[in-house]
Structure formats: C-alpha cells, structure tokens
Design a protein around this ligand. Structure first.
Ligand code: DQQ
Length: 549
C-alpha cells in the first residue's frame, strides 16, 4: 500500500497510514506523555477499531508502541471504542473504555497495565470481571459510551461520566465506585439536555476562577472553581460546552445561566474538530486538550491517499479572565519546531491591498500577527435582531465582500492569482443595541480547492464550509491578534489569543508545497496596520510514529 504525501501534514500527530479518529486515554505517567487513539488497522475509512498507542517526551516527537487494546473478549468483540485513563493510587493507570458485544450493545470496561512500573505501559490486560457497567432497561444500549477520566472525592468514591441519550435527550450519566471495580449508576444523570441527541465523548473538569495560568486536576476542590461540561453531538459533528457549578453532594451539574446549553453553545473549536478530550499534565500543571480533525476530502480520495484523520496540536485550556469562556493555546513545546523566521512591523494595509509574507515555507508554517485597527467608526452595523449564526454571516460576508472594519486577516495556501486560497479573517461590526464591537472570525474553505466534486453524494464531495465564530473582545485598545498553524491540509487558527479557535482541512490542487503562498489582506475601508507579524517555517518532528503499526 502506498501513501500519498501531497496533502499529508508534517507536524501534526498521525500514524504512517490508515484511518484514525478520537484521541483516547491521554495521560502523563512516569515522564512520558501517552496518547491512545481510535485506529483502523486495515484502511483509511472507519472500521476495525483498536486502541493504537504512542508515547512522547515532549508532545512533539512520537514513538508508536504496540496497540493497547483490540477486540478479543465477549465484552468487546464488536468494538473497542473510546475512553480514558485514570491514575489510581496504589494501582497505577487504569483504562476505562467502551466495549461493544456481539449484539451491538455498548458496555463499559476496564483494562490494567501488565506492569505499572514500566513507563511505556506496553501491555494491557482486560480482567475477566468486566464489564463494569451495562445498560439497564431504562437506558439505550446502543447509545452508552465514552467514559471520562474518573476522579476521587472526599466521600471515598471514584466517579466517572458516561455519554448517552434517551430519545432525543442527550445524557451524561454518572457512576460511582469505592474500589474502581464495582460501579453503581447514580440515580440522576449529572446533566442532560433535550433535543441535543447522543452525547459522545463527554469531558468534565474544573477550572480556576482565580488562577488564570495553571490548570486543575479533576479531584481539585476549592471555593474558587467552575466546572466545564463538553459534549460531542453526533448529529452535526460539532461539540459544545457550558461553564457551570458541580454539586458533589447531589452529583448534579448546573450550567451558568449566561452560557447557552444546546446547539448554540460555546465551542472549543468552531471548525473541523471532534471527540476531544483533556487531561491534566502533572509535569507542567496544565490541562491539555486533544481533538480529532477528520479529513474533509472525498471518501474515494481518502482511500487513494491511504490515510485519514489527524490529531490537532495539543492545546492548553484555561478559563478566560472574563470568566465567561475558555481560552486555548498550542502547547509551548510546538515552538521547538520553528525554523526560518521573518517579521514585519508597522505596515499599513489599505483597502484592497494584499501583502505577501515571503521567506518562509507557506505550506508548513506558524504565523502570529497583531493588527492595529485604531478607529472602529467605519464598522458595519450589526442588528442584534438578526438571528444569524456566525456561519451564515461568514457565508454572506466572505473575504471578498468589502466592509468597513475588515474583512482583514491572512490568506493561507493561496495561488498568486487567488484561484485557490483559504482566508482566515476578522470582520468587526457595531452592535446597534450595545454600541459595542461585535467581532466575527471566519476560516473560509469555500475557495480552497479547484478540485471537482465526483458526484452529488456527501461522500463524493469535499466538505468546504465557511467555518465561523464570534470573538468576545471589545478591542478597546484597537488591537486584535491572529495565530495560524498551517500544515499542508491543516489550517488551525487562534483568534484573540485563543478566545475563538477554528480548525479547517483543505485540499488545494495548485497551492501545494512550494507553490503555496501566504498573504495578509484588508478589504475594509478602514486602513489596518500590521503592528507585528512573526512567521516561521515549521520543521517536521524527528520522530512521528514512523515505521510502526
Ligand atoms: N467514536 C468512537 C465512539 C465515539 C465516537 C468509535 C466519537 O466511542 O462515541 O470510534 O467519534
């Protein structure tokens, strides 16, 4: 089998070939970062899923180990699906994962390392007293999966959350155990929400209300915390999260009134990003997020390429100082891959101007830019009575549609004549009610590729949406920043230091490798200044799972 490298990322996590999806069981243990992931041993489409396993000292270079779990017992013969790792004092790391039995019922299982003293955790055992949880008659046995990392509470119980649904109501069940073997479902779900459908890959963790630098471990208790509940919605393939209060006595989670709980909810990432999972990094006291970015190419081309799916660059997760949302930033370790470097300072871009960033490799780069806009006088008005989704707004007001303040931003993976390009940009509106700026961020894949659709079915078309989200900034100092990691078919963008994040996958035909270009542009009447721009070539890590599997 051959692997086509044209659109293959170089510094994002990937095995050498075949399909990957959800990150599983991320953990830091005895000096190594472990990442397991859903992997098809046989091809570049979903199926034959096992837990593949890699380790890293630095979250940049990865060594592939033998698979950790594959279907082998009655309680997982139909599938070894997603789950997590918990470090249990006195026992070591324990995997909780979803097994599918021969009747396609989903069960929760556990697995233990053969040798917990081995930092590599190479071999895993599935004890015979599995499963640890089965759906009862009140539950939907084909929608019961993805146990979270468990946490230990003062009442002597371990707790884990499992995703589910009943009819159209999304549910997060909570299970308790004293010994990590016998688990009992709490009477009430920790949370649920009507009309949201299946809650895949829930994630539930505390954040600090006073320390905006460090993450918290799951069992942290203190007055100044909030909880985050994230769910992945299989209907739209989007995730959303709420901030709220977890009451450990009642085992209930109540989202804050001001964060929408449902389809309109806040997102870790407004683009191609799914089945994400965080873990607490004991080495650097941070909470790190992993997430899967699927291909958006045609299924036929995925098969021809011989590979499909990547993990995004791991991101630190913190509560924003506004306390209304989270902020995300690529782990600092990734900066070790920065090579050749160019910069630009105090450069005005007038309406209609496009400035090329030269001297780096635009198809494999890290770009940080701070824009100074100064006056917001010319901003277009935003009528809050429009119930536009950001995505609809970006669809109508693309990067070519002239505005007042913006659109301005980066044009990535472009041909010089803009036959192909993926713009990442801001457009600033004036909210007619609050008179405050309303900032839209778009990453528009529509003009990204000249490749023709192969047919009318979704699998035969590339998915090229105008991903978008609002950015909650007042721009009081007239500034806004953008960082974009470009990796051949990956455009991963962080607006306003990580307040709004958008990952997109694109497959240009011409704007590839050394034929790709990078520009800064402005299509608003307000002149915008590039206050500073720093751009780097990104090197390939020395080790990226080569030769394994
Ligand atoms: N992927 C897994 C499931 C999970 C889904 C199966 C989310 O456990 O719900 O590969 O992408």
């Amino acid at each position: 089998e051959s692997v086509n490298h044209l659109h293959r990322p170089n510094f994002h996590f990937q095995p050498p070939k075949h399909w990957i999806n959800d990150p599983n069981g991320p953990v830091y243990y005895k000096g190594l970062y472990h990442l397991f992931y859903q992997y098809n041993t046989k091809g570049a489409v979903w199926g034959n899923i096992i837990w593949a396993h890699s380790v890293s000292k630095d979250l940049v270079n990865w060594e592939a180990l033998e698979p950790a779990i594959h279907p082998s017992k009655w309680f997982d013969i139909g599938g070894t699906w997603s789950g997590s790792i918990t470090i249990v004092p006195g026992k070591g790391p324990i995997i909780l994962y979803t097994g599918v039995n021969q009747n396609e019922t989903q069960l929760q299982n556990y697995a233990i390392p053969e040798d917990p003293s081995d930092p590599y955790l190479r071999k895993w055992i599935k004890p015979d007293d599995n499963p640890i949880a089965m759906p009862d008659y009140t539950m939907n046995g084909s929608a019961f999966r993805d146990p979270t990392t468990a946490w230990f509470s003062k009442d002597g119980h371990w707790r884990t959350v499992v995703g589910s649904k009943r009819k159209r109501r999304g549910i997060a069940y909570i299970y308790r155990s004293r010994d990590f073997k016998h688990w009992v479902k709490a009477k009430h779900p920790v949370h649920s929400k009507e009309s949201t459908g299946m809650w895949e890959c829930p994630d539930f963790f505390p954040v600090s209300l006073t320390d905006f630098q460090n993450g918290l471990d799951l069992d942290y208790v203190g007055p100044n915390t909030k909880h985050v509940l994230k769910v992945s919605l299989d209907i739209t393939r989007y995730e959303y999260y709420t901030l709220g209060k977890y009451d450990p006595k009642k085992d209930r989670y109540i989202p804050d009134g001001n964060t929408p709980d449902g389809w309109e909810g806040l997102r870790f990432d407004y683009g191609n990003f799914y089945a994400s999972k965080t873990f607490f990094d004991y080495k650097k006291n941070r909470r790190i997020l992993w997430g899967w970015a699927n291909e958006s190419d045609t299924v036929e081309d995925d098969i021809l390429k011989g590979w499909a799916g990547i993990q995004v660059i791991p991101r630190t997760v913190l509560l924003d100082s506004s306390k209304k949302q989270l902020v995300f930033w690529p782990v600092e370790e990734i900066e070790s891959l920065r090579g050749n470097y160019v910069r630009m300072n105090n450069h005005d871009i007038k309406m209609g101007q496009r400035i090329e960033v030269k001297g780096i490799t635009p198809a494999q780069a890290d770009v940080e830019v701070t824009f100074y806009v100064g006056s917001l006088e010319k901003a277009e008005t935003f009528d809050p009575s429009f119930t536009f989704e950001p995505l609809d707004l970006c669809k109508i007001k693309g990067s070519n549609v002239k505005g007042g303040v913006g659109p301005f931003g980066l044009i990535t993976l472009a041909t010089p004549d803009l036959e192909e390009y993926t713009p990442v940009f801001f457009r600033v509106f004036k909210d007619t009610k609050t008179h405050k700026p309303k900032v839209l961020m778009c990453s528009d894949a529509r003009p990204s590729s000249l490749k023709q659709d192969k047919g009318p079915l979704a699998k035969d078309r590339m998915y090229k949406p105008p991903f978008a989200g609002f950015v909650d900034v007042d721009m009081a100092d007239g500034r806004i920043s953008l960082r974009t990691l470009i990796d051949h078919s990956v455009v991963e963008s962080f607006g306003a230091l990580g307040k709004t994040v958008i990952t997109s996958r694109v497959y240009p035909v011409k704007a590839v490798k050394e034929n790709a270009h990078l520009y800064v542009f402005n299509n608003g009447t307000q002149t915008v200044t590039i206050e500073s721009l720093n751009a780097w070539n990104m090197e390939r890590p020395l080790q990226m799972n080569e030769g394994a599997l």
